[in-house]
Design a protein around this ligand. Structure first.
Ligand SMILES: [Zn+2]
Length: 77
């Protein structure tokens, strides 16, 4: 796909997604994304974005530490 900012080509990569919420940080590893080869901007598909939101919402309710690190579920790409 094309970068939505600079229109350069993007590359499929696994990235680490970080979400800062109040005093907590949720880190989701191995997230499939399209990374721009020019500006480095990271793009997520609609499916992945929805998954990330679902994962964050699920973890938030169960968080006991200030930092949570999880792996993106492989089947959910
Ligand atoms: Zn770009």
């Amino acid at each position: 796909m094309q970068c939505g900012i600079c229109k350069a080509e993007t590359q499929s990569q696994k990235v680490t997604y970080t979400e800062d919420i109040d005093r907590s940080v949720i880190v989701i590893r191995n997230v499939p994304a399209a990374v721009c080869t020019e500006c480095g901007n990271v793009w997520y598909s609609g499916t992945v974005a929805a998954q990330l939101e679902a994962i964050v919402n699920r973890i938030i309710g169960a968080m006991i530490a200030e930092v949570a690190v999880v792996n993106y579920p492989e089947h959910a790409a």
